[in-house]
Design a protein around this ligand. Sequence first.
Ligand SMILES: C[S@@+](CC[C@H](N)C(=O)[O-])C[C@H]1O[C@@H](n2cnc3c(N)ncnc32)[C@H](O)[C@@H]1O
Length: 251
Amino acid sequence: MTAIEQLVQRWDDQQAAYITHREQRFEVMLDVIARLAAAEDGGRLTVLDLACGPGSLAGRILERFPDVQVIGLDYDPVLLTLADTWLGDRFTAVDADLARPGWETKLPPGPIHAAVSSTALHWLKPAELVAGYATLGTLLPSNGVFMNADHLRYDPQTQPFLTEAAAADDERTQRTARAAGAQTWDEWWADAVAVPALGERLAERERRFADRPPTPHAPLGLHLQALGTAGFAETGTIWRYYDDVVVFARR
Ligand SMILES: C[S@@+](CC[C@H](N)C(=O)[O-])C[C@H]1O[C@@H](n2cnc3c(N)ncnc32)[C@H](O)[C@@H]1O
């Protein structure tokens, strides 16, 4: 295994320590893309992976669908470089900030049939999320699909039992993963920036993310309403485990 392949594998292990059923969550998203591909002539879809990171979801899409192209958008120059290094020529990397209006102008020309995201959009403030969904509504064609997999936390005031149950599950998953050798976030980053082509982008990463405090929580209802307002005709969830949810929307 090359150093890059090892990093990607360790990213997956590290992320799976925070997401109890990460592979199952990806699987259900891939199954929806399979339905879209079956309906599209020759299955030649273009899928946009928003905040793709090192390309976990993009890589799974490219592997399962040989005729699909993936555009991976991210604002982290280290993670985007890593994605671009291993994902091959059906992957196009786009360096853009989803928190700022106009990110869609950085996309390559051509239709986008579906958009996906995993473990990322909680970084956006609710107003930025709503604006991003409005943009997606203009990008995707009729019947185009969007899916977002993320923790959409319970409300501790009105859902104290569920909040505690979800936290206990998170804790159990992290403990099990660490016992099996999964790296922490910091350990993974230390290994990543030791690779010269990635380490040379660290200063730019730190500059870009210097002033990004944790954002207020956007609950499931906000996601569904914002997508409806953005012109998505059908919205709902396609998977859920405690507070880990895959939101679905069809234009
Ligand atoms: C936990 S990682 C998830 C990466 C990948 N989607 C996965 O599931 O493994 C969160 C990603 O969101 C990206 N991100 C955070 N804020 C962003 C923004 N404003 N614009 C674009 N990407 C952003 C980060 O750079 C990072 O790659």
